[in-house]
Design a protein around this ligand. Sequence first.
Ligand SMILES: [Zn+2]
Length: 322
Amino acid sequence: MQINLFYSEGFKRHCPEPSHPESPLRSEAIFKFLLSGPLKERIKLRTPRKATFEELYLVHEKDYLLALEEACFQGRFSFGGADNQISFDTFEVARLAAGAALEAVNLAREGEKISFCPVRPPGHHALPGRALGFCFLNNCALAARYWLEYGGISRLVILDWDAHHGNGIQEIFYEDPRVLYISLHEDPRLSFPGTGFPEERGAGPGKGYNFNFPFPAGADDKKYLELFHKKIIPLLETFAPEGIIIACGFDAHRDDDFSLLNLTSQAFYEMSKLLGNFAGCRNIPLISLLEGGYDLESLVVCAERHLQGLVEGLKESAKRAP
Ligand SMILES: [Zn+2]
């Protein structure tokens, strides 16, 4: 079982202030940890390319993209809010992150089962015309649109277990029945960006294809896994996706200060194993894109456990095949 790992030194060139939590060290730390650990032999390194403007138009507005590019070139400090700090290369790095997501889709089309993109900046808060919450380009949404447009599939799931609600993904696909968006996150009354209530269920033809599962502060592995068994897997079985994108944030880990959730790395292993098993039984590809996760020590361990879970789940499904 091969894991396609998309990494570029270029991810380090988006440089918020040193005190900013979305640090240039994040992607590199994951990359180095994975390559020095037990998954090393399975990893096939892939080099991302920059997404083109045409590809970015699948989700984002032209004026927004040009304004972001211009702000970076002008040396501005932030774009669309103090949280979204930028540096000269931010737009180019964001294009590289988005390009990794698109190339992962191309690999999925060629039959690759697992691609992991520990990219930065993250994407799930970004809207078509607005940067938000450290996010500039919505990598998951771009991958989903690209997959539907060019990948020969007609429905996919985006499963988002970042501690924060992926408002951008929800908004982009709110009326689209081809994308089932499922988000597990901290109670929006406590947590940025304040969306992600269970009653937000989609609209128009997309009604019934948006699921939010908020958790109270202190929710642990047991609560998440219970939901996975009782709700998430049955939802996937009913929807029967042809591909799965994981909006893979690790800030619900108990050591991460960005939420009051209390998961351990074991939860990410177990949830991934269930997804791997589901995908293996149906022979569909998995693409995992890094979102949040700001405590470097738990971030790298969670990333490894996540990939081990996917591999184990896929192996398990193969054993059960006739
Ligand atoms: Zn987050």
